[in-house]
Write a protein that binds this ligand. Structure first.
Ligand SMILES: [Zn+2]
Length: 150
């Protein structure tokens, strides 16, 4: 899912959390927890750059982290933990709905078990690989545009 969609979803969660709690920090935390996990795509892009193959490593995408968040939420009264967990879970659900992956694909251990191979994790591996190449081209184009402007 593209970052602006994650931003809209997490900002909505954050606005609701801020309204309910009265604490603006909950809004910031929701946005960070709902958007920041996608920086881990860089690991996959680096793998492609240096190994010339596609992998779905995504070290920050994993229901294991959500389970830890849920356990922490249940043992804490801190709304920050609850909001971070909720926003992170929505990020994973949104990714899973939009990307054509096998159902357990967003478990880090499942991906590790399959050695992060796109062919084993994605329900449409060719589309997944094409999408990644498109992402890298978009980033490269954005980067070159910024370099030329400076
Ligand atoms: Zn994501």
């Amino acid at each position: 899912m593209l970052p602006h969609k994650h931003m809209i979803l997490s900002a909505t969660i954050g606005a609701a959390a801020w309204t309910v709690s009265g604490d603006p920090t909950t809004c910031a935390v929701a946005v960070v927890a709902g958007v920041l996990p996608d920086v881990d795509h860089l690991a996959d892009y680096m793998y492609f750059r240096f190994r010339r193959g596609h992998r779905l490593i995504l070290p920050l995408h994993g229901y294991e982290y959500a389970v830890l968040g849920i356990v922490s939420s249940l043992s804490s009264d801190d709304p920050i933990v609850l909001v971070a967990t909720l926003s992170y879970l929505v990020h994973l659900f949104a990714d899973q709905l939009e990307n054509r992956t096998r159902p357990p694909a967003y478990w880090l251990l499942f991906r590790l078990w399959h050695r992060f191979r796109v062919e084993s994790i994605s329900a449409a591996p060719e589309a997944a690989m094409r999408g990644r190449v498109d992402d890298m081209r978009r980033i490269q184009k954005w980067w070159m545009h910024r370099v030329r402007r400076s």
